[in-house]
Design a protein around this ligand. Sequence first.
Ligand code: GRG
Length: 303
Amino acid sequence: MTLEILEDAEHLLAEARDRMDARLAAWAERLRTEVGGRDGDAIAYALVSPGKRVRAALVLAAYRACGGRGDAAEAVAAAVETVHAYSLVHDDLPCMDDDDLRRGRQTTHVAFDVATATRVGYLLVPVAARVLAEAARELGLGADALGRMAVVLFEAGGMQGMVGGQWLDLEAEQRAVDLAGLMAVHRGKTGALIRASCELGGIAAGAGPEQLAALAAYGDDVGLAFQIADDVLDATQTSDVLGKTAGRDAALQKSTYVQHLGVDGARREADRLADAGVARLAAAGLDAPALGALARYIVQRRR
Ligand code: GRG
């Protein structure tokens, strides 16, 4: 990756982190008061945690690529990060991936308890809808655009996307899954929300159908590439660097791209998908260097 591209992506991610940390902290305090007690503390703990904010950066970059100005789409990005945050809480539960380390800290069920973390995950689902509605108000979008954004976000979070992919992932533990099956898992559990991030940025900017189709196609490719890169990192990095337990796929006997293609083959496939995604934007005449930089970052990141 050239230094300039790396710097562009890092710059965007730093911006996304600053904006998300501030906005989600405000929501966390609001929810701490609304919910109260130990559940209130746990919901705040789950929401205010130091993620890389890749999905938020994709929302902001897609918004700007379609003519949106400044930081107005940050509230849309916060809605996506809320969905991502509750998915991580549930993903780490003992009945799912059973992990005790996430984002360099104890997972929510370890810091609190399993019942509390389970409730926190469910409680955050409607919060994501509230964050999205606030975003539409801030952007001055009408009911039609808010409705379209809600469909995109919650379909991506549902059976056709994240929940469905997670379901397939759990079924696939301790049994061999071929590459086509693995692609379905990855596109669902990880890719769907990444694709939605790109589409949501476009809708917030008032993009037309062709631009939205290109953003969705880019998001599809980059979303799958993200999870392939995640498989590589799980097999090659340390828990310290990742901020989550490394080697989890092998421990849970999960099929991965690394198992099918080897580390180098998986890296090549992720690279190919990142290039294909960027080509989809170019073919639609979308000049989006920031989305190009994020695609490269996604496949070459170190954590
Ligand atoms: C609670 C209704 C409900 C549903 C949850 C558990 C679940 C359904 C879905 C799991 C989806 C999941 C966690 C997929 C893995 C995605 C992934 C690669 C996460 C790591 O993303 P990063 O690297 O993490 O962007 P940070 O911490 O940087 O945000």
